[in-house]
Design a protein around this ligand. Structure first.
Ligand SMILES: C[S@@+](CC[C@H](N)C(=O)[O-])C[C@H]1O[C@@H](n2cnc3c(N)ncnc32)[C@H](O)[C@@H]1O
Length: 278
């Protein structure tokens, strides 16, 4: 298990610079999920919020703005380099009530009942023991506390990542994504996140899809962002020889053509969002 933890941490460590570099475009892609998460978790002024697997500070920072200076937000992640960018962003925004700490959700130790809300955006999908993690997170909530977690919807509704995977599969032995194993499409089926929340003992569980749209000025920008940021795919992309890379790029360019909108691209995506109460 320690080895698996190290593998996941190294995978995300390898793309921490990419996340820093593409922050603005990533914000423009993911803001609908940050807003919906905050809404379903009923986050408001003065609350204490835990954000699990916060990466470079999302949705930690958006939520810190919502709770205001009398609230408190803690973001945890495995990767120090991600957290360094998160801290820098918090300082630039003057958000003194946010703390970022290196921690694994599987072993996280915080006092019981210390948060009003827990968020986990696209992070539990990389965790082996989701049931164990949810049980631990449940203990961190105070009575009436709320949780909001996300995964991705299945690949057919996520061409922003399915297309690059299709391109890579032309030149590499890539197995199809397994919705039953930790990774990009873990818990992607409708209702899967809600079932996990119910199994962990949460009440008033709900789930819905959230539609996103990835903006890119051109294919080069789309591919560069993907290659720099997509944790599980980045090492595969980095290992491509020149001609293979060209073939992948040709496939990607061909397949995203249908998402051209005038002089830019708007590539569809869908997230799964589930929420519940203690
Ligand atoms: C796809 S990124 C999502 C980052 C951020 N929540 C967002 O939505 O922009 C997944 C993040 O989860 C973190 N992560 C994966 N497993 C984790 C674990 N067991 N404990 C804490 N963080 C974890 C990774 O280091 C990575 O930064």
């Amino acid at each position: 298990m320690v080895k698996e933890h190290d593998r996941i941490r190294d995978e995300w460590q390898a793309v921490a610079r990419g996340w820093r570099r593409w922050e603005p475009l990533f914000q423009s892609f993911t803001w609908p999920v940050a807003l919906r998460m905050a809404a379903v978790a009923q986050i408001g002024a003065g609350q204490r919020v835990l954000d699990v697997g916060c990466g470079i500070g999302d949705p930690t920072l958006q939520v810190a703005v919502l709770v205001g200076p009398h609230g408190r937000v803690l973001g945890i992640d495995l990767v120090e380099d991600m957290l360094a960018t998160a801290r820098e962003r918090a300082a630039a925004l003057g958000l003194g009530h946010v703390e970022f700490r290196a921690a694994d959700v599987a072993t996280l130790e915080v006092p019981p009942a210390s948060f009003d809300a827990v968020l986990a955006r696209w992070s539990l999908i990389y965790v082996d023991d989701v049931a164990g993690a949810l049980a631990r997170l449940r203990c961190t909530l105070q009575a009436g506390g709320r949780i909001a977690v996300t995964a991705w919807a299945p690949p057919e509704d996520n061409p922003w990542i399915a297309i690059p995977m299709e391109g890579l599969a032309r030149v590499l032995p890539l197995s199809p994504p397994d919705p039953a194993a930790p990774g990009l499409f873990y818990l992607s089926a409708d209702g899967a996140l809600a079932d996990a929340l119910r199994a962990a003992g949460f009440r008033n569980v709900g789930q819905q899809r959230v539609q996103l749209s990835q903006f890119a000025r051109d294919v080069t920008e789309f591919w560069a962002m993907l290659a720099d940021m997509a944790g599980p795919l980045a090492p595969l992309v980095a290992g491509l020889a020149g001609p293979e890379r060209q073939e992948v790029l040709r496939t990607v360019a061909d397949r995203i053509g249908r998402f051209r909108s005038g002089d830019v691209f708007r590539i569809p995506a869908q997230a799964q969002l589930a929420w519940a109460e203690l």
